[in-house]
Design a binder for this molecule. Sequence first.
Ligand code: HEM
Ligand code: HEM
Length: 282
Amino acid sequence: MWVEGAFEFFIVAIIGLTLVSMNLLTRRSAEKSVMLQALLVMGTGVIGVSHHYWWVGMPDYWAPIGSVFSTLELLPLIFILYEAIGQYRAMTASGGFTYTLPFMFIVASGVWNFVGAGVLGFFINLPLVNYYEHGTYLTVGHAHAAMFGAFGFLALGMVAYVLQLSIDPERWDGSWLRASFWLWNVGLALMVFVSVLPVGFLQLDVGFTESYAAARSLAFYERPLVQSLFWARLPGDTLLIAGTAVYAADVARKRFALRRSEDDPTVDDMAVAEGIVGGDDD
Ligand code: HEM
Ligand code: HEM
């Protein structure tokens, strides 16, 4: 309920708010798209979560209801991807735009939301797949791409945005944060597509041809091919951890060494952010 309903709605609202504060979107169109997406997300996600009811022994009829509604969850996610691409174009078109870095995180969040929650969620949600894949590495792939991809990147982007607002423009250096952005994106893609999903597909195959129990047995994980695929996690996971170390070090450095002084008149930049909470439309 949290990740597919409430938090998906929150993500649309917070992205709308940020884009208005960056002057990339008018308040009115942000409001319209937030309302539309709230309807879609709530309408599909709240009922769609019933694809999890299997675990708590709810009656059979929840399976088809859960499948249909969570398949519809792809719709708002397509809009989110579409919006992310539009936002990217807006950013590249407006030359003097200074918040490129936080903006890259927002676009990444939209893209991973589509790939991780939309495409991979959709795939494991197909009844024939879902019946055999519960708790397998296909779920692990979906979980990592959706959780870190959609929500992780958004939260980290918000941190980058607030940091940039609170540091003098001439002292701002986004190079470390940019490096961590790419370490994370490449790392997550390697983790999910080179190691986790291939294990998941092998597991699904064993589920189909042998049994669900065989797919989750220790014997499956001890197969040489599966063991090699687990080792193939090493490069991607290392990049993810490296990205986290670089980001954490840079946030600490900026927070303690580069913070704007309270009486600095350039703090007026914050007025940009305040504009969105002011009373006037546009
Ligand atoms: C950003 C949004 C999402 C996040 C963060 C997310 C995260 C997760 C996580 C952590 C799990 C594992 C839970 C467990 O093992 O009990 C899970 C399972 C699942 N998710 Fe998502 N999810 C998202 C959106 C979606 C969407 C949109 C769909 C369908 C289109 C979907 C379909 C599923 C299914 C079918 C399972 C169950 C797999 C199983 O039984 O092993 N998810 N999700
Ligand atoms: C180097 C980084 C990471 C490593 C090595 C790692 C490793 C793992 C492992 C081994 C599992 C258990 C899989 C199983 O069921 O057998 C797992 C599950 C999970 N991880 Fe990660 N993880 C990493 C990063 C992350 C990040 C950044 C997030 C989200 C912000 C995340 C979210 C999850 C979730 C939601 C599950 C549960 C999936 C499920 O229920 O099937 N992980 N992770």
